[in-house]
Design a binder for this molecule. Structure first.
Ligand code: NG6
Ligand code: CA
Length: 529
């Protein structure tokens, strides 16, 4: 692929800057045998004991232990306040708003990561890691028209995963089936799957008119197909033997991840796990063992289930003798939400718990609650146990930072992700100079140091009930917040500090227009098997 000469020169200049940054980091430790990224779904900044949740109300002992053994980041962000763009950025190291079509995807969308794009798993593959993803994908599959009854390609294995055991989108979207390496599991060829996001199939009930068939009522949307007594987004026919069991999904996915850990540990093969748990996204369907185990309703119970899964993964690493030879990162794809479309009493039962911690709003918002997420890093022997770090980080930086760990001499192929290995190791407490805050699509603001700025007219969603949140707009002078003094973002200082507004506004425009965007044209083909 040809790249315009001037732009490619600029791109190389940017790359050499990041290579210099890598060189400035102290000699990195020997790469770990295992790298595990646990990415929860819709888990808020305040949803874990180690981030201030009351352990009596919401016990998360396994995550708290992980945190005590490692380092807790206070100022880390998901790249967007909704899933698809957030995960797109995590895997590609590119801001999602640079690319069209990275909004929340339906379950039958085409894969939005180009098979030639650089990705985190491809990079790790290249440096000797076996790579796998388990759980929620939500980045599309195939090229546009999916036949669920055949091998689906491209799939996660075409963008750098050696193994994949996933569901296509979310638990509330059809098809409600699991796919192993691009093939629907347990499918009976005599009962083929058909999926439509436009119309129902003749003779099948929908959740809108057949409420009596629902075991969990919807509050908005989620009234198309009825699968396992739950209304979903989208319609689906057939595939009965392949349907997942909502209550068992977390365990099933964890079993797969544990098997992968054991297999590779036994073979002394370095490996990478992207554990994309569905908890605590809707529909919240924790297994009976976890129901009532929190004192903040079903959302809390799903968090307890998430914590249990984390415990199992950590035990698997320990049992394989990898405790000190594994780098574990735990975070969430976006902020919290109470009512996200099902009448599951999450709002009513939440009393006394603050899902976004000290911050305001949640999922879908450009306010802090939308994308300021828990971020924990554990590597015993390398990272100081029980430490805390206020470095400004973006999940998109994980790729470039891991590259600096596994191949410090190599130039980063990630266009927007920065190398902050030093911060991950606890040697730097500053991190990014600038972080672009993204709600979804083109809704962007900027954070630098303690300042957060949103340009005039920027839509701001408030509240923690998702799409039900009240909408306002940043005023004509812009929206400038001192996050150290005002984590709830109540006091707009734009009029008092026009100089900072001008500087951050210019920077935001500069980054948005940055030629670094062309780096997604870089060929980064998959290695031959
Ligand atoms: C919204 C859904 C919500 C959730 C979200 C995606 C409705 C009314 N709301 O459109 O329930 O599925 O999409 O969540 O349908 S995410 O975490 O994957 O971004
Ligand atoms: Ca999410």
């Amino acid at each position: 692929m040809k790249i315009n000469h001037t732009l490619s020169t600029l791109f190389l200049a940017v790359c050499s800057l990041s290579a210099m940054a890598a060189a400035q980091t102290e000699t990195p430790p020997k790469p770990p045998k295992a790298i595990v990224v646990i990415l929860a779904d819709d888990l808020g900044y305040g949803d874990l004991g180690c981030y201030g949740a009351d352990p009596e109300r919401l016990p998360t002992p396994s995550v708290d232990k992980l945190c005590n053994q490692g380092m807790k980041f206070t100022d880390a962000y998901s790249t967007s306040s909704v899933c698809t763009p957030s995960r797109y950025a995590f895997l590609t190291g590119q801001y999602p708003w640079r690319k069209k079509g990275t909004g929340i995807l339906p379950g039958d969308a085409a894969l939005i990561i180009d098979v030639n794009q650089p990705t985190l798993p491809k990079m790790l593959q290249k440096h000797g890691y076996k790579t796998a993803v388990f759980g929620k994908w939500h980045l599309g599959l195939g090229n546009g028209r999916i036949d669920w009854n055949k091998h689906i390609s491209p799939n996660p294995n075409d963008i750098g995963f050696d193994e994949s055991y996933i569901f296509a989108a979310t638990g509330d979207r059809v098809p409600c089936v699991l796919l192993r390496n691009g093939n629907v599991e347990n499918l009976d060829p005599n009962d083929p799957i058909e999926v439509s996001y436009k119309h129902n199939f003749p003779g099948l009930p929908d959740g809108k008119k057949n409420k009596d068939q629902l075991k969990m009522m919807w509050s908005h949307g989620h009234n198309n197909a009825i699968i396992n007594g739950i209304g979903r987004i989208g319609f689906m026919k057939g595939g009965k033997s392949a349907l997942w069991n909502d209550e068992k999904n977390a365990e099933v996915i964890t079993n797969e991840a544990v098997k992968f850990i054991q297999k590779n540990a036994q073979a002394k093969q370095p490996f990478f796990v992207y554990f994309a748990t569905h908890d605590i996204h809707v529909p919240r369907t924790p297994d009976a063992r976890f129901v009532g185990k929190s004192r903040c309703g079903i959302r809390g119970d799903a968090t307890v289930q998430f914590d249990y899964c984390v415990g199992r993964l950590m035990k698997a690493l320990d049992d394989c003798g990898l405790a000190n030879d594994s780098l574990v990162i735990l975070s969430s794809d976006n902020g919290p939400v109470l009512d996200d479309g099902y009448a599951d009493n999450a709002v009513k039962d939440n009393i006394g718990h603050s899902p976004a911690g000290p911050f305001r709003a949640g999922k879908y918002s450009i306010l802090e609650g939308g994308s300021r997420v828990p971020f924990i890093v554990r590597w015993p022997g390398v990272i100081t146990p029980g430490s805390q770090n206020k470095a400004l980080l973006n999940q998109m930086d994980i790729g470039a930072s891991l590259l600096a760990l596994v191949a410090p001499q190599e130039i980063s192929p990630f266009p927007d992700g920065e190398n902050h290995l030093a911060a991950l190791m606890g040697k730097d407490t500053v991190g990014r100079k600038y972080h672009i805050i993204n709600s979804s699509g083109k809704m962007v603001g900027i954070r630098s140091g303690k300042w957060k700025y949103l340009p005039p007219g920027m839509p701001i969603r408030d509240g923690i009930n998702g799409l039900g949140g009240k909408m306002t707009k940043a005023p004509a002078e812009g929206f400038l917040i001192d996050l150290e003094q005002d984590p709830k973002e109540l006091n707009n200082l734009a009029k008092q500090h026009p100089d900072i507004v001008t500087r951050l506004h210019a920077k935001l425009i500069e980054i948005k227009k940055s030629p670094v965007t062309v780096a997604n044209l870089t060929e980064y083909p998959l290695l031959d098997d």
